[in-house]
Design a protein around this ligand. Structure first.
Ligand code: FE
Ligand code: FE
Ligand code: ZN
Length: 289
């Protein structure tokens, strides 16, 4: 079939765009994720347009899958404090402008935590922020990440993500990134009932919205609402489940991004492991719904 697994991992952006692309090639992958700035927030360093263009050329030549930028995880678009919301809005707005140096890629963020205001209010605030930052002319697809449902996190249930998408006017520019550790910790049994979970996702959100997978094992059991990532095969999800996930007819063409507790060598080994478990035979197509 000539199909390849679209796989990569989170990389440090400290040496620039082209460096990340070359580094991923040396690691055997064909995509990657990076933070747009310090993950705890703060100022982003200036973009070198030539460096960004060089990465785009490399990605084109080497047949990379779309890359994924990750917003700082400290942003809270659902905060009760208008200053915190404004900071999230300005950061996401700035990130989306920066993303246009690498046109047509994806940007992922955590919906936020409603901290006592209630889920309904959290969803309202997140949708409102998105309606302010999304622009018809942008080429970046903005992804909501599925969350573990820790504390008052919004996005631990598929219904919450669906409701945000429903309220966003330019929702053509939006999709969902499914984090395997998060959905598992959130109570979706991707180990014993992957088909059932995907059917539920399809019914509530729509599988056409699913644009990316964060592929992480979990240190904690199903429905623990914890969000502690583990290396592939070292946690409660386990390698056989990951083999089913990467080969599932509805998932197998998506880009997979590792966010496991690893350095470069560990990530390289996980990329090789998952590639070795990827099947490009006819059987996986025969069961496609
Ligand atoms: Fe994340
Ligand atoms: Fe994630
Ligand atoms: Zn996580």
């Amino acid at each position: 079939m000539g199909e390849t697994l679209n796989i990569g991992c989170h990389l440090s952006s400290s040496k620039g765009y082209l460096f990340m692309g070359k580094q991923m090639m040396s690691m055997g992958g064909n995509t990657f994720q990076f933070f747009t700035r310090n993950p705890r927030g703060s100022k982003a360093k200036a973009i070198d347009p030539e460096d960004a263009a060089a990465l785009c050329r490399l990605m084109e030549q080497e047949g990379f899958a779309k890359i994924l930028a990750h917003a700082p995880y400290t942003l809270n678009p659902a905060s009760a404090d208008p200053k915190v919301r404004t900071f999230a809005l300005m950061t996401i707005q700035d990130d989306l402008e920066r993303m246009e140096y690498t046109p047509g890629q994806m940007y992922n963020f955590h919906p936020g935590s409603h901290v006592g205001q209630g889920m309904e209010e959290g969803i309202r605030l997140i949708s409102e922020l998105l309606n302010e930052v999304l622009k018809p002319e942008q080429t970046t697809t903005v992804l909501l990440e599925t969350m573990a449902g820790k504390g008052s996190e919004v996005g631990g249930r598929f219904e919450e993500l669906a409701e945000i998408l429903r309220r966003v006017e330019l929702s053509d520019h939006m999709g969902v990134c499914l984090d395997t550790c998060h959905v598992h910790d959130g109570g979706y049994d991707i180990v014993n009932d992957l088909d059932g979970v995907l059917e539920e996702f399809d019914r509530i959100v729509g599988l056409d919205r699913l644009k990316a997978i964060h592929i992480n094992d979990s240190k904690n059991p199903l429905a623990s609402h914890k969000d502690r990532h583990e290396v592939i095969g070292g946690g409660f999800i386990g390698l056989p489940a990951f083999e089913r996930i990467i080969n599932h007819p509805r998932l197998r063409r998506l880009p997979f991004y590792l966010e496991t507790p690893n350095e470069i060598a560990g990530y390289t080994a996980e990329i090789a492991l998952l590639k070795s478990r990827y099947r490009s035979d006819e059987t996986s197509h025969a069961i496609e719904p």
